[in-house]
Ligand binder design. Structure first.
Ligand SMILES: NC(=O)c1ccc[n+]([C@@H]2O[C@H](COP(=O)([O-])OP(=O)(O)OC[C@H]3O[C@@H](n4cnc5c(N)ncnc54)[C@H](OP(=O)(O)O)[C@@H]3O)[C@@H](O)[C@H]2O)c1
Length: 258
């Protein structure tokens, strides 16, 4: 059984959560240019309004949402149903990254991170899924990270939140494939955005948000479940995670100097 791709974006009703900057903004711009209708969500309404202002009229909805609040996600979804009568694609991009090591561990940072990065997508999926199940159609795409593959330095809250996304997507895919709903698990390497702007180390295989958006949309068009990029970096990390732990930890200590 193979999951369905997207032959054309034109007229597709897409909800981008995390559209106000970085990868989500770049995806939204590409989708709008390809003729999709895009509902733009995030907390910074002025950024969403600016993005909508540059798009053709009637092609966007501006729906400010904090993904920590289930009620806000639910109200935004109702707006989509009222205006467009349905949703074809949920593209959940929103996420936060706070560098965290064990000697500075703060539970409040872990709670905020899990709340936005893992519970946020779970809330959105819970809200859109019943209608997709009824129609036996739809796409659920969630941005995780290669940092979810295995434990890495400075990622004591971020890493577990993204590892959770991998397991969530795998399980969703298993359940939803026979029911006609496509799941896309998106695992970027380093992307130059506001989230990585303060990193004080050289980021290997760094790409632009526009390149990331292109990889994401190409993968979804082809109906891929596992969308990871840039390949020269993501394949290396996939290889590392199958190594025996002593070798894995030796390589990470030797080569990751952060
Ligand atoms: N950049 C990288 O190297 C990289 C690598 C792997 C994975 N990723 C993942 O890619 C995704 C996008 O990150 P980015 O690099 O594009 O960073 P970014 O420019 O900081 O974008 C983050 C987006 O998430 C939204 N967001 C954060 N918290 C939110 C909340 N509570 N409610 C609603 N929206 C929220 C932000 O909107 P508001 O602030 O307006 O709410 C913004 O639109 C994240 O999931 C990140 O973990 C990034």
């Amino acid at each position: 059984m193979k999951q369905v791709g997207i032959a054309s974006w034109s007229g597709k009703r897409i909800w981008v959560i995390g559209a106000s900057s970085g990868i989500g903004e770049a995806c939204s711009k590409s989708l709008l240019a390809a003729g999709a209708k895009v509902a733009l969500s995030g907390r910074r309404i002025e950024r969403l309004t600016q993005l909508a202002g540059a798009a053709p009229i009637n092609q966007t909805l501006v729906l400010p949402v904090d993904v920590s609040h289930e009620q806000q996600i639910s109200s935004a979804y109702q707006q989509i149903l009222v205006n467009w009568g349905g949703l074809d694609v949920l593209l959940f991009v929103a996420g936060i990254y706070t560098p965290l090591r064990a000697d500075q561990f703060e539970i409040s940072i872990a709670e905020q991170t899990i709340n936005a990065n893992l519970l946020g997508p779970m809330r959105a999926v819970a809200i859109v899924l019943p209608e997709m199940l009824k129609n036996h159609a739809g796409h659920i795409a969630i941005v995780g990270s290669v940092a979810g593959y295995s434990g890495l330095p400075k990622a004591l809250a971020y890493g577990p939140s993204k590892a959770g996304i991998i397991n969530f997507c795998e399980t969703l895919h298993y359940d939803l494939l026979p029911l006609g709903i496509s799941v896309h698990m998106i695992s970027p390497g380093f992307v130059a955005t506001e989230a990585t702007a303060n990193n004080d180390f050289e980021m290997p295989a760094l790409i632009t948000a526009e390149q990331a958006a292109q990889d994401i949309l190409n993968g979804m068009e082809k109906g891929k479940f596992d969308i990871h990029f840039p390949k020269r970096f993501s394949r290396f990390l996939k290889f590392l995670r199958i190594l025996p732990y002593p070798l894995y930890f030796w390589i990470v200590r030797r080569f990751v100097q952060i």
